[in-house]
Design a protein around this ligand. Structure first.
Ligand SMILES: Nc1ncnc2c1ncn2[C@@H]1O[C@H](COP(=O)(O)OP(=O)(O)OP(=O)(O)O)[C@@H](O)[C@H]1O
Length: 255
């Protein structure tokens, strides 16, 4: 049993088989990448893990408990956080406020009880602020903490989105193309943050990324998808030497 077990999941949209009988197991503290051509089913898997999609068959287990039927917010509360392929932040709000929203799932005092127990709510607010300030330090975004997110460069917005996911103190972080659209310097920064999140904060990471240099360098293990099927599974060097993977994906990338 791993931290996350995906057991024989299939996902159909009408006649389209987005996923067919896909299984893998992710160990605690791993960086695990999902790779494959466009439309192979990578984002669909992330959606089945985060609860946006319910698989047509199969199950998803987190820390040994089945979560297949849980709603996305219930999975977030268990410690599963994600970033999106297209940035999904509140653009008119500041960096700080966006990160505070990331803590929402951990807040015990609601608006009503906050009114009734003012002292308790205030203490909780201070604690959340402290945790968010720590994420701001970690991601080196002090200088933009009070700026509206919509004013920031694309690379910084991606970093803030990562920060919002981190603010919920996840055990498992799902990253869907965190480096897409970035220049080389921004990519290097993002790769360093992903490594630090994994090594220093002990967060297990599922990464979807098209840059094979980044994938092979960061990943402990990889699953390769093609037309919704798992065609490769193993350590980076095993994947790089797997004839089926080379034929379906890596060879095509090289061309
Ligand atoms: N909501 C949906 N409705 C219908 N078909 C969908 C839906 N979501 C995904 N699909 C289909 O499922 C298949 C897998 O898509 P998915 O987005 O998971 O692939 P991907 O590997 O993430 O691709 P990319 O690298 O382009 O993001 C595709 O054929 C896609 O068109």
């Amino acid at each position: 049993m791993g931290l996350l077990d995906v057991n024989q999941i299939s996902l159909h949209f009408g006649g389209v088989k987005a996923l067919s009988d896909v299984s893998f197991s992710i160990e605690e503290s791993e960086i695990f990448s999902l790779i494959g051509p466009n439309g192979a089913g990578k984002t669909s898997i992330l959606n089945c893990i985060s609860g946006v999609y319910k698989p047509s068959a199969g199950s998803v287990c987190f820390e040994g408990k089945e979560i297949t039927k849980l709603k996305p917010y219930q999975r977030t509360a268990l410690g599963i956080a994600r970033s999106f392929q297209n940035i999904e932040l509140f653009k008119h709000m500041t960096v700080l406020d966006n990160l505070m929203l990331g803590r929402h799932v951990l807040m015990k005092t609601g608006i009503l009880s906050g009114g009734l127990y003012w002292g308790k709510a205030q203490r909780e607010e201070v604690e959340h602020r402290k945790a968010v300030e720590e994420v701001i330090d970690f991601l080196e975004i002090e200088h933009i903490r009070n700026q509206p997110v919509g004013m920031l460069s694309y690379g910084l917005q991606k970093r803030v989105e990562l920060g919002r996911a981190l603010a919920s103190e996840p055990k498992l972080l799902l990253l869907d193309e965190p480096m897409a659209g970035m220049n080389n310097e921004e990519k290097e920064d993002m790769a360093r943050f992903i490594l630090d999140i994994n090594e220093e904060r002990g967060v297990t990471i599922v990464l979807i990324e098209h840059d094979m240099g980044v994938v092979m360098e960061l990943s402990h293990r990889i699953a390769v998808l093609d037309f919704g099927k798992r065609i490769g599974y193993g350590k980076p060097e095993e994947i790089q030497n797997d004839p089926r993977v080379i034929e379906a994906y890596l060879g095509q990338e090289a061309i």
